[in-house]
Design a protein around this ligand. Structure first.
Ligand SMILES: Cc1cc2nc3c(=O)[nH]c(=O)nc-3n(C[C@H](O)[C@H](O)[C@H](O)COP(=O)(O)OP(=O)(O)OC[C@H]3O[C@@H](n4cnc5c(N)ncnc54)[C@H](O)[C@@H]3O)c2cc1C
Length: 76
């Protein structure tokens, strides 16, 4: 995060857990405080706000979304 820049996450207040800086709190898989809601990139608590980090976090969050869906979807 560049000094002075804040993530545009005001619309998430009251739904997802945010830091006092407005970053979405995520775990190592990009999972937020709401099951099935993933987040990635500069708007999250991930350290080192760089392009390659955001790309990797996006890939991780996509895999975590898949993981969540196969574990929670009703059997056919
Ligand atoms: C001046 C500057 C220089 C930088 N230089 C480098 C560098 O040299 N190398 C490097 O690796 N990183 C650099 N970075 C950091 C890099 O830009 C970020 O880490 C990266 O862009 C993060 O990607 P992101 O997809 O998480 O977020 P972003 O690239 O910020 O993308 C977020 C997108 O979401 C959109 N958006 C926001 N709110 C909403 C909404 N409510 N609804 C819909 N869309 C919304 C925004 O318009 C934006 O397009 C720099 C950053 C800055 C500010």
């Amino acid at each position: 995060m560049q000094i002075g820049l804040l993530p545009n996450t005001d619309f998430l207040k009251g739904t997802l857990e945010l830091t006092r800086f407005g970053e979405i709190i995520v775990d190592a898989k990009g999972q937020t405080s709401v099951p099935g809601v993933l987040a990635a990139g500069d708007c999250t608590t991930v350290p080192y706000k760089q392009i390659i980090i955001a790309m990797g976090e996006g890939a991780k969050a996509s895999l975590a979304a898949f993981d969540h869906l196969i574990r929670t979807s009703a059997p056919a």
